[in-house]
Design a protein around this ligand. Structure first.
Ligand code: HEC
Length: 563
């Protein structure tokens, strides 16, 4: 290590010392971070006793309160959803009930955790009792009864959005949108909203919609947290089921549009997400898998339905046992000489200069895939962990980014862009060019003119995840080379946005012109309830588009019929 952890981000930013800036993480430092105080809770919080500790009745009451107030973000049984941390991954084991109570009371507005001071202390303790029971008691492992989520229908009567901003009511396959820098409102022009999607089952007569001429079929159902999709060179379809920690393979296609075969390639992993075959080309030898804290690889040869050997460790990632963005997209340069891995921030907008757990995060890292020593490839990218991919026409790396929250409905746009080596994309001090984040007023003036404006600005908060470049032969010629991207859907917007697959036209040039088009919509019911959330997207060998959906736990197949 040439530089202290504290010094790294800034010295890199100032000197662009790419080559010198190794970010290998000594294990001793990792341990130190794990022991970092829980959200800087004061000693008095640590000492506070739970008056209901271990009481079954309080846990039961807490379970109901949890279902009403916490489940939509933290998920069933506290397992976490999207970017909201799990409450049962062991981190809370070293935290006292008093600290949890203190944190719930105070929240962390800038990072998307509401304050719950409005609930009476008794109810807050009951919730703490329930949350504590989740880690330990067998009884608590029964799922909470699904309560109908609270939908505030007044939100749906909200006035229509002001273009170019939109919301789910106005998303329609075929509609174009284009957001430019000049369209951005002032920070806090709208109040920061809490509007997480309480999921409902898909009503039987409801189906996603695609533009005329496209047909949508249910390819796979009954999956468990289906996330990234990758098509292997031989045409098999790989799917990461993150929560259960496994990677599945689909093969073939029946007349009914379903996979002919489904197998488990490997299981027992911790939250696998990024998938990439190596070396690039027709004859891969390995499948690389990215998860929160590391990249591993499994031996893989065309036709394998099961990993033939145990994983090899490739790289430790700057995770530091902390929460934050946990998805790690992985990709290779076309010549196979570089592995890219995207590591999202630990928080919404904490300053890496003063927050140890943000060191070396919010960037895209790169290394030699055979002898991996990670270096920063591009930085200030809040979270590209949802998707990175190499453009086959230009060989450039592209990324899909979740930008920050809590500045109002129409800030900050998510984006899809080609990535410049050594490029700075703003987080956390700046955004979308020379706009200073008001929470970091006056900081890093020297970076102001370095902030790159991304190629395609997307709707703020829509949670852009995996994307692919369409190289199939089935869709009409004008789609060739275009990007299809999953937008998982907002929580930080009064009327929801996202919950769709978009198309970014590249006009056969390999370059974007800023606009995008709604392509696959209908995952939100007219009353605002959400039943589906697109995550992964890949092109099947027959040229149809496959889309994973971790809301309804399925994979959708979109094919072109021309009818
Ligand atoms: C709108 C979404 C949302 C809701 C609703 C919500 N949380 Fe959170 N919660 C978050 C986010 C985001 C974080 C991470 C905050 C951070 O990075 O500081 C978080 C963090 C936490 C943490 C700290 C976890 C850790 O590993 O450090 C606890 C404990 C917690 N929430 C409990 C609750 C409880 C209990 C409720 C219900 C009373 C609740 N949350 C409701 C979004 C939510």
């Amino acid at each position: 290590m040439r530089m202290s952890k504290r010094g790294f981000v800034r010295s890199f930013a100032n000197s662009h010392a790419l080559a010198a800036a190794s970010i290998l993480l000594p294990t001793a430092l990792l341990a130190a971070y794990v022991n970092t105080k829980f959200h800087d809770a004061p000693a008095s919080a640590q000492a506070a006793k739970n008056p209901y500790a271990g009481q079954e009745e309080a846990a039961q009451a807490g379970k109901k309160l949890y279902a009403r107030n916490c489940l939509s973000c933290h998920g069933e049984l506290g397992k976490g959803t999207g970017n909201t941390p799990s409450l049962v991954d062991g981190k809370l084991n070293s935290v006292t009930p008093g600290e949890v109570f203190w944190f719930i009371t105070r929240g962390d507005k800038d990072n998307g955790m509401p304050a719950w001071a409005s609930l009476p202390p008794k109810q807050r303790w009951q919730i703490v009792t329930y949350v504590e029971s989740l880690g330990t008691s067998q009884a608590a492992q029964e799922a909470s009864p699904p309560l109908p989520p609270d939908i505030n229908t007044s939100k749906l009567k909200a006035p229509p959005p002001t273009p170019p901003f939109t919301d789910f009511r106005y998303q329609k396959p075929g509609t174009f949108h284009k957001i430019t820098v000049n369209d951005l409102p002032q920070p806090y022009a709208a109040k920061s909203a809490f509007n997480s999607p309480g999921l409902v089952a898909r009503p039987e007569n409801v189906w996603p919609s695609a533009p005329a001429g496209f047909k949508v079929e249910l390819y796979g159902a009954g999956l468990d947290n289906p996330r990234t999709l990758r098509t292997a060179p031989n045409g098999d379809i790989f799917l990461a089921e993150s929560d259960p920690g496994r990677i599945r393979v689909f093969r073939g296609l029946t007349a009914a549009g379903k996979p002919a075969q489904s197998a488990i390639f490997v299981s027992g992993l911790k939250q696998p997400y990024g998938l990439a075959f190596y070396p690039p080309g027709p004859d891969p030898q390995w499948l690389y898998v990215g998860s929160a804290a590391e990249v591993v690889r499994f031996p893989y040869h065309n036709g394998d339905l099961q990993a033939s050997g145990s994983p090899q460790h490739i790289a430790d990632l700057p995770d530091r046992g902390w929460f934050g963005h946990r998805t790690r997209a992985v990709e290779f340069s076309r010549d196979g000489k570089r592995m890219f891995v995207a590591v999202g921030s630990a928080s919404n907008v904490d300053d890496p200069d003063t927050t140890p757990r943000e060191h070396d995060r919010a960037d895209i890292l790169a290394c030699d895939p055979e002898n991996c020593v990670l270096r920063v490839y591009a930085y200030g990218i809040r979270n590209a962990g949802g998707g990175i991919a190499v453009n086959p026409q230009t060989s450039e790396l592209w990324c899909s980014v979740n930008e920050r929250d809590a500045l109002g409905d129409n800030l900050v746009p998510d984006y899809i862009t080609h990535v410049q080596e050594g490029g700075f994309y703003g987080w956390p001090w700046w955004y979308i060019g020379a706009h200073q984040d008001p929470r970091h007023q006056g900081k890093h003036p020297e970076l102001k003119d370095k902030v790159i404006v991304p190629d395609v600005l997307l709707q703020p908060h829509n949670a852009s995840l995996e994307f692919t470049f369409y190289q199939g032969r089935q869709f009409p010629a004008e789609y060739k080379g275009d990007i299809f991207a999953s937008e998982h859907g907002s929580w930080n917007k009064v009327v929801r946005v996202g919950y769709e697959v978009i198309r970014v036209p590249l006009h056969q040039t390999g370059h974007a012109s800023g606009e995008y088009q709604d392509f696959l919509t209908g995952f939100v019911l007219p009353d605002g309830h959400v039943w589906g959330r697109p995550v992964g997207v890949t092109v099947a060998p027959d040229g149809s588009l496959l889309v994973s959906d971790d809301g309804s736990n399925s994979v959708w197949r979109v094919s072109y019929t021309g009818k």
